[in-house]
Design a protein around this ligand. Structure first.
Ligand SMILES: Cc1cc2nc3c(=O)[nH]c(=O)nc-3n(C[C@H](O)[C@H](O)[C@H](O)COP(=O)(O)O)c2cc1C
Ligand code: SF4
Ligand code: SF4
Ligand code: FES
Length: 593
């Protein structure tokens, strides 16, 4: 087979997003065109089609790269099967790039400030091919690790400064040393791929795009700790991730890379997948282990910590997918190299999942310490419809909302905590001036309340009462004293809850009160939503002074409740209006009240 660098390669994104947008049809179309034209013979090179993992810009799928040896790769976006004959005839056969269909300059900008380390193989290699993995540094890390003593491997991870990417940010090497030091020979290693944060899909992308990379990280950990058995706990809603990982595990067993005497390197490691039912609380370590043991996924008090008494009562080490994926790179390139990236307290890169009112939603991997402004404006193109940036919710449902002034905050563990949010697993929800902060607090609290396992009364009942209060406020039925009551309840629930879910669930309420107290007051004292967003408080009237007479509201109204003519003010007929908010969302000038 021709070496990769001598082939023409067509890289087609086949992550979940790519497949949902028709990547399989695009692949079949390329194969059919290659056959029809006898492309290999005509260009004198082998043309291969490669199904890759996610590139992070799923909204622009299907993304296709055409890579001709000696030339710069060209990326096409929104590719459909119908475009493929033109791409083959013009780009591959005659060398003429189809300029009109190329991804715009935004794509280059999207990549410019990123540093794709964990993602370096996602979107580049055939996610299902062991050969491709091996051709891209695969298993170099584990081969290096076994030349060291297990204790030295742990020291190397400590030296790198790697901190857990699952939310807590605990130093990985230190965590490994606890489990390694626990007495006993039956130890377990668990990869937490539960990924419950709404909007986050970085772990899924790693599993889909580089499953062998995760296996390698886990092998290094198993060697360091002396754990002979491992589980990857993946939520069942990730069928493609499970399929690709299972295939990779099967291939590793066939080749003798897993099981007894892994890769012939003198250590044993068995690895299997446990599919979880997708309850958010099962991401908590003790609940996760209960779930693997076949019990209801409910947390238990700690201590004893998993490193002492974990799965099946044995010492257990649990790390997140992104954490394990980082480990291989620490051994490919050295702890010093890893520690040279990022800030004093946060080394390496971090993957963020950006959602909300932003131009390019998706996954980005950046060096820790770059600013929120760079991530939002430089990488992701800024705020949708060029509206004003208002706030960002960092750290998932239990993180905090930071105000506009935080735009220059660095994204690292310490800076985010100082600003009143947290890194969490890397979810960033971006909000513009049309977002009501009381409603956002309500939204996140609704999520955590639904996901509470119900074991502790403060979490089970307290969150429900807080939610009722927030709902009342967004309907203009708030009472004087509600804000103080909410704050008191937040502190009590945080203090009295058993697990991280209850201990952090009040954070969105606390942070929105801290930074946006005036919005709570406007709802309670004046029955007014300053962002004109709470539906019950919207009047559905056009503000004359703000209306630019563009007619956008007229075009989107599904029930013809808007009267408008070119150059005229829009008028809403309240009898016809169903309060669907389409006009409000569409208006770029905040002219609907
Ligand atoms: C309610 C709750 C949900 C969690 N969900 C996840 C999750 O989906 N994935 C994850 O890796 N960690 C999750 N965590 C954190 C884990 O319990 C654990 O700290 C982490 O997996 C450890 O790995 P790390 O040290 O590599 O970060 C969750 C914690 C809590 C309290
Ligand atoms: S804090 Fe909430 S989720 Fe955690 S154990 Fe208690 S009830 Fe369950
Ligand atoms: S809220 Fe919906 S129904 Fe009412 S005017 Fe606007 S678009 Fe039409
Ligand atoms: S799945 Fe294609 S870019 Fe994410």
């Amino acid at each position: 087979m021709a070496a990769i660098e001598e082939q023409i390669r067509v890289l087609i994104c086949q992550g979940t997003g790519g497949l949902a947008s028709g990547a399989k049809e695009v692949e079949l179309a390329f194969r059919a065109e290659f056959e029809k034209h006898g492309v290999d013979a005509k260009v004198g090179k082998r043309c291969t089609v490669v199904g890759t993992g996610c590139r992070g810009l799923c909204a622009n799928d299907v993304l296709v790269d055409i890579v001709i040896p000696g030339q710069e790769a060209v990326t096409y976006d929104f590719v459909k099967a119908e475009l493929v004959p033109q791409l083959v005839e013009e780009h591959i056969l005659t060398g003429q790039v189809v300029e009109k269909k190329k991804a715009g300059p935004y794509y280059q900008k999207f990549l410019e400030k990123q540093m794709r380390v964990v993602f370096s193989r996602c979107g580049t290699i055939d996610a299902e091919s062991l050969e491709d993995f091996l051709a891209h540094d695969g298993f170099v890390g584990i081969r290096k690790a076994v030349t060291m003593k297990p204790q030295e491997v742990i020291e190397e991870v400590k030296k790198s400064g790697l901190r857990g990417r699952g939310g807590g940010g605990f130093p990985t090497g230190v965590k490994w040393s606890f489990c390694a030091a626990s007495p006993g020979t039956d130890k377990y290693l668990i990869c937490n791929a539960d990924e419950g944060d709404p909007g986050a899909f970085m772990d899924r992308s790693i599993l889909e795009g580089d499953p062998y990379g995760l296996i390698e990280g886990m092998m290094i950990a198993s060697y360091a700790i002396g754990a002979k058995n491992g589980y990857v706990y993946v939520r069942a809603e990730y069928p493609l991730a499970i399929k690709r990982l299972q295939k990779a595990i099967d291939v590793c067993y066939e080749k003798g890379f897993l099981g007894k005497n892994c890769l012939g390197l003198g250590f044993d490691f068995d690895l299997r997948i446990k599919a979880g039912a997708g309850a958010f609380v099962c991401g908590e370590e003790t609940a996760l282990m209960a779930s693997i043991e076949g019990e209801r996924g409910m947390p238990r008090p700690r201590p004893p910590f998993p490193a002492v008494r974990g799965l099946w009562t044995k010492p257990t080490n649990i790390n997140n997918v992104e954490t394990f994926a980082n480990v291989s790179y620490i051994f490919y390139r050295g702890a010093e190299w890893f520690a040279s990236i990022g800030t004093e307290g946060t080394k390496g890169t971090k993957i963020f999942a950006l959602t909300g009112k932003i131009k390019h939603t998706g996954l980005v991997e950046v060096p820790a310490g770059i600013t929120m402004r760079e991530v939002i404006y430089d990488v992701c193109g800024g705020i949708l419809n060029n509206r004003k940036f208002k706030a960002v919710q960092a750290g998932g449902p239990s993180g905090g909302c930071l105000p506009g002034e935080a735009i220059d905050a660095q994204v690292d563990y310490d800076s985010l905590i100082k600003a009143g949010a947290m890194m969490g697993s890397g979810g960033l929800v971006v909000m513009d001036e049309t977002t009501c902060m009381v409603d956002i607090a309500r939204f996140f609290l609704n999520f955590t309340r639904m996901e509470s396992c119900g074991k502790c009364v403060p979490c089970r009942i307290g969150l429900k009462i807080m939610l009722d209060i927030l709902e009342r406020i967004t309907e203009g039925k708030g009472h004087p004293g509600d804000i103080d009551l909410l704050q008191d309840m937040c502190f009590d629930i945080k203090k009295a809850s058993l697990c991280g879910l209850g201990q952090t669930a009040p954070n969105p309420v606390l942070s929105t009160i801290r930074y946006f107290r005036h919005e709570y007051e406007a709802h309670i004292e004046h029955q007014r939503c300053p962002s004109n967003s709470c539906k019950s408080l919207l009047k559905f009237e056009v503000v004359e002074a703000a209306c630019k007479k563009c007619g956008l509201c007229f075009k989107v109204c599904p029930v013809d409740a808007v009267r408008w003519e070119k150059g005229q003010l829009a008028v809403i007929d309240k009898d016809k209006c169903t309060r669907c908010t389409s006009c409000y969302d569409a208006c770029r000038f905040m002219a609907i009240e």
